[in-house]
Design a protein around this ligand. Structure first.
Ligand SMILES: NC(=O)c1ccc[n+]([C@@H]2O[C@H](COP(=O)([O-])OP(=O)(O)OC[C@H]3O[C@@H](n4cnc5c(N)ncnc54)[C@H](OP(=O)(O)O)[C@@H]3O)[C@@H](O)[C@H]2O)c1
Length: 264
């Protein structure tokens, strides 16, 4: 369905590129249907050429070409960057990925006719395994929401949340990859310490995380039950679980989420 849809990125940095890569690879989006603008033209032309997408000189040119516009500049730039294209955004599906920009903030700067939704994606969208948290309050029509959902569910689990939960949901999905990477690295260090080659250790650790996550998503099993299922009485796994418990593993993760929320 997305073959004919045109997508415009306002800002083409890390997050926009991750989204574009995922949509082109998994979302049935043609590179030539993707338009993007950024602050530095030379840099943009390089990242556009490597993907076969169309670089644009201005936000205005980008929006004119696109029927779905993704706002992907840093949060502090949103107001300045959207001011000149305010009227053009009406009539488009506007998807924001800017942290901290919720429905109410956009209502204050957009025309009342603008149909917009605020989201927080994470970078695994580039490999089709991302998360897109979105605010349940939005102004897309049912049909537009269905376009949004169909397009982005090709690269992510879409999770609508209440406005007040956007921050913590973004923390879990957006900061979580750093924690998961640390866990992968630590697992591999433990395995290397016990003789497994480094490359094999990373490969096994990463696939173990991916597979465990997929198992939980597909079965809906309680994570505690999943843990119990691999801990036989008097066995080896429960010894490891007991050490992690002693070292405050779960408490440390909970405190990390708390600390981020306090800093926001
Ligand atoms: N990175 C993440 O994991 C993540 C996760 C969730 C949400 N987000 C959100 O994604 C947004 C972008 O973050 P990012 O990490 O992708 O930042 P980034 O890599 O710095 O990209 C920002 C982009 O905005 C462009 N830009 C700057 N001024 C502009 C202007 N006046 N007009 C058009 N484009 C302009 C930059 O152009 P140049 O490259 O030419 O300077 C760059 O392409 C942020 O709002 C952030 O909250 C990011």
């Amino acid at each position: 369905m997305n073959q004919e849809r045109t997508i415009g990125f306002i800002g083409f940095g890390n997050m926009a590129q991750a989204l574009a890569d995922g949509l082109i690879r998994f979302g049935n989006v043609k590179p030539e249907s993707v338009f993007a603008c950024a602050a530095h033209w030379d840099k943009l032309t390089v990242s556009a050429a490597s993907r076969g997408i169309v670089p644009c000189r201005t936000a205005e040119e980008t929006v004119r070409q696109a029927d779905l516009v993704i706002l992907a500049v840093k949060p502090y730039l949103i107001e300045a960057v959207t001011a000149p294209i305010r009227d053009l955004l009406a009539g488009k599906i506007v998807v924001s990925v800017a942290a901290g920009w919720n429905f109410e903030r956009y209502q204050a700067i957009f025309t009342p006719e603008t149909h917009h939704i605020s989201t927080i994606p994470n970078t695994p969208v580039s490999v089709g395994e991302g998360i897109i948290v979105c605010e349940s309050r939005h102004s897309l029509t049912e049909e537009e929401y269905s376009v949004f959902e169909t397009l982005f569910s090709s690269i992510a689990v879409i999770q609508p949340v209440e406005t007040a939960q956007l921050s913590v949901a973004g923390t879990l999905s957006g900061c979580g990859p750093a924690f998961a990477s640390m866990f992968i690295e630590a697992l591999a260090d433990g395995a290397v310490k016990n003789g497994l080659p480094r490359a094999a250790a990373y490969r096994l650790a990463s696939q173990m995380i991916a597979g465990t996550g997929k198992l939980q998503l597909q079965t809906g099993m309680h994570p505690g039950a999943m843990k119990d299922a691999v801990c036989s009485p008097g066995g080896t796994t429960i010894v490891g679980v007991s050490v992690l418990e002693e070292k405050g593993f779960r408490g440390a993760v909970i405190d990390a989420i708390d600390a981020i929320e306090k800093k926001r």
